[in-house]
Structures are given as structure tokens and as C-alpha cells.
Design a protein around this ligand. Sequence first.
Ligand SMILES: Nc1ncnc2c1ncn2[C@@H]1O[C@H](COP(=O)(O)OP(=O)(O)O)[C@@H](O)[C@H]1O
Ligand SMILES: [Mg+2]
Length: 385
Amino acid sequence: MTYGRYVGCMTGTSVDGLDLALIEVSPPKNVDLARESISILNAQTIPLPEKLRDALLASGQPDQSSVDLLGECDGQLGDFIGASIIDWLRSLDISLASIRAIGSHGQTVRHRPPGTRDSAFTLQIGDPNQIAEITGIDTVADFRRRDVAAGGQGAPLAPAFHDVLFGNTATATCVVNIGGISNISPLGNHNGGFDTGPGNCLMDAWFCQHHPNHPERFDTSGKWAAVGRVQEALLERMLGDVYFARRPPKSTGREYFNLAWLESHVSALSDLPPSADVQATLSQLTATTLAASIIQSMPDVRDVPICGGGRANDHLMRNIQECLQHLTEEDIRVMPAEAWGFDGDAIEAAAFAWLAYRRMANLSGNDPRVTGALGARVLGAIYPG
Ligand SMILES: Nc1ncnc2c1ncn2[C@@H]1O[C@H](COP(=O)(O)OP(=O)(O)O)[C@@H](O)[C@H]1O
Ligand SMILES: [Mg+2]
């Protein structure tokens, strides 16, 4: 029997912290539902030590990375994940022996899916051997590469989980995750989900460049963006990027949408806009591309639960609501995932706990309609505890 408790962990594109989630996987509640039922029991985000965070960011930079740095980061992150899981489970008074397996996404240091360059690959680090050794728990990792080997994007993997977690919703629902990159999951929709483009990554990069001493590495609640004015010329230029016009399946990362990408657009303008205006325009870019993607893949959408850190950006949330309203006459509910009873910071990590369950049960983890892989595949490798 593979039902039971699973731990999922991941560090996202924002490299802001290690997200941990504990889930319970149970048999289908309803005989008509083919899929297992999931409840998220607990979740926590552990800040990354500053030195490890800087090293991880550097190991993802094409011109700064080396085999030495990559190898060191791989081991150190695995070690940090293992130790964090032990501390966290102890604090919850949950025995390590009660966990069936850990699903560890790790940190993506490069994502080069098919369709962008000749040789496609995706690479996540955070040595699972360390996690298995430290915790003594079976650890599943390397979830994306089998999908890429089968011709898929290797991403996003969350849409299949969103379908299981939200179940059969009464209204047309499109789940959105706004991390460094944004992705959408039109539930039960055979168009699948995909990465829509930048979520917070450009806003974070621009904000940090202009507020190096701010206590947070982001524009809290989007307050700075809220005092800026959208610069239409800049918005149009950025919207002209080929990524937005490409049809799904598609996925992207910070190796594509980054400060250099933004600066190439800003510097091409005849007049340099005030920096707050650029921030306002970036918020509008995330909202516009999200709204257009949602309506394109689910024209009758009514509910839009938002997961990920971007849901705490009030200005961005207003932008998304306005952009959707602009595209359709209908009332659309754009709210944090909490309005649907889910912790919006836990869902991505919970997805990897679920993927660990799928691996242990020898069930497929990808949705080929989302990733474009040749077929359904069992994802990940097991590192016995
Ligand atoms: N209070 C807040 N106000 C505005 N933005 C926020 C807030 N809290 C988090 N964020 C944004 O969310 C990001 C982290 O989101 P997360 O879902 O963890 O992304 P990732 O999966 O890429 O790590 C931060 O970098 C920041 O941009
Ligand atoms: Mg994060």
C-alpha cells in the first residue's frame, strides 16, 4: 500500500526559501473519481541561509557557474533540505518513520526545454542522496528529466496536481501560480496548462536594483508599483517578445526572463522612464500575459484561485482582476487560494509530495497534454532511506 503521508519540498525560481509540505494521500473518496484524494496537513517555508542562497543564484548564472560551485551547492542544499525536514517534523511531533517518502524538487539551475535551443535539458540540484542519508526516509527526486527525455518540456508539473487537489469544481476554474515565473492550470481542461511568462522575477530584480537596502527582496504588496504609471511603449515592446505568442506546450525560467532581458527593452526607449513606472509596467506585463493566457485556454472561466508569493502583491492582484474584466464581461473571482481553503504557499511543495506518491505507486506523474511529452511517464528516481 502506498497511501499515507508524504513530504514535498522545493525551492522555486525566486530562491527565497525552502517550502515544505506534509500531505496525506488516501484512496479515492468517491468511486466515480479515479484519482486518490489529497489533504495538506502542514506546510512551512524555511529561509535559506544567505551564503547558500547567493551560491545557488551564482550556480544558475551561465557566466559564473563552474563544476566546483555546482557540486558544492548540490551537496549543501541536499544537506540543508535533509536537516530542515528533520527539524520541522520534530517540531510537529511527527515521527520520521511515519513518512512513506520525500519528494524533493531541488533548485533549478538551468531550464532549457525543447524548442529553445538545439540540445534540450533541465537541471535541478539538491543531492537526494544526502536527504535520504540524513532522514533515513525514501527520497524521490529528478522529476523533470524523464519528461524531457520523452520530448516534453519537463514543466510545469503542477497542473496535474491542481486537478487532483481542487477536484471536480462546480464552476470553470483556472488555478494560477505566481512564483518567479507564472503558470496556469485550467482544471479539467484538455488544453492543459503552461508557463505564461514572468511572475515576480522581473519585478523582484528591478525592485532590488533600486532598493538595495530594503528589508525584503520584493516590493511589499506592490506599493512601489502602485505609485508608478504604466508606460505603454515599454509594455508593447515587452509584449512583443516571441515567448508570449508561442503556442503551448511551453515553459520558461530566469535564464530567459531576467534583468538583462528587461534592460534591453528599457534601454531601447527614446526616454528613460522613472523607475517606479517601470515597476508598474512590469506588474501590468505579468497581469496582461496571465489574463490573456487564462481566457485563451478557458474562455468561460469564473474562478481564478491564486497560489504562490505573487498573491500577496495587492497591486498585481488588482491588475489581474482588471485585465480579466477587460477581456470578458463576466464577473471573475480572482482571490488567493485561501478563499478555496488551501494555503497558497504550500501547493507547489505539496505537488512534489504527491509526485513522490505517484513514483512509489509506479503511476505516471506528467500530463502529456501539458508538457508535450510523447506519453504519460513515471517520473523521478528513488533514493532508498
Ligand atoms: N508581501 C508580498 N508582497 C509582494 N510580493 C510578495 C510578497 N510576498 C511574496 N511576494 C513575492 O513572491 C515571491 C516568492 O514567491 P514563491 O511562490 O515562493 O516563488 P518561487 O516559487 O519562485 O520561489 C517573492 O520573491 C516576491 O516577489
Ligand atoms: Mg519560493
